[in-house]
Design a binder for this molecule. Structure first.
Ligand code: GLN
Length: 192
């Protein structure tokens, strides 16, 4: 099992490290052809406007769509979630369109750049997940096919739709690998 991390921009090194700490082979994805080598993909946090431009410039759009349509799991965190969403502030964005959610960027306000919170969720068991939000987006709404996995202040912050997993925060920045393990389970399901 090999997992690719989109390495155009943003916090990709931290995801690679987390995967390696779990004994998983991790590959930096710099060109669309690199996706042939991997069974799953992580789109990291960073700056969504820059990432959006680079995804287009490097010709990733169709390849990522095909990758996903083949049932391979994709995990987006923060800016990654933004570029994967169907809608931004209620308006459809014609882009990757990987998950039926409506997203608002920088939704916690610009004056507070980041915040940390312990978020509960059945998927975590007893122990809540310590989540780091950095200029984080909020999920304003979601379609019926989207399963909520955790909430913070009443809003969904971790969600899944079939082979797509998204988090509004940065699970790669804490030592806690539980969300990456959820993603790896999705890969296992695919492989069986
Ligand atoms: N605020 C960034 C954006 O809109 C996302 C921040 C992040 O990925 N941590 O792209």
């Amino acid at each position: 099992m090999k997992v690719g991390v989109l390495a155009l921009q943003g916090a990709f090194r931290e995801h690679i490290q987390m995967l390696k700490s779990l004994g998983v082979e991790a590959l930096e994805i710099r060109l669309p052809g690199d996706l042939d080598e991997v069974d799953g993909l992580i789109i990291p946090g960073g700056e969504s406007t820059t990432m959006r431009k680079l995804l287009v410039d490097y010709g990733f759009i169709d390849t990522v769509k095909e990758f996903t349509a083949a049932g391979k799991p994709v995990f987006g965190t923060c800016a990654g979630l933004i570029v994967m969403a169907d809608r931004l502030n209620g308006r459809r964005q014609d882009f990757l369109n990987l998950i039926d959610i409506d997203v608002e960027r920088n939704a916690y306000g610009r004056q507070v750049d980041s915040r940390e919170a312990d978020i509960p969720g059945e998927i975590f068991g007893e122990e809540p997940f310590h989540a780091i939000f950095i200029r984080a987006p909020q999920i304003l709404g979601k379609g019926p096919g989207v399963e909520e996995l955790a909430r913070y202040q009443g809003q969904v912050v971790l969600a899944r739709q079939k082979n797509i997993l998204v988090a509004t925060f940065h699970p790669e920045l804490t030592g806690d690998a539980r969300i990456h393990k959820v993603f790896l389970q999705m890969l296992g399901r695919k492989a069986r």
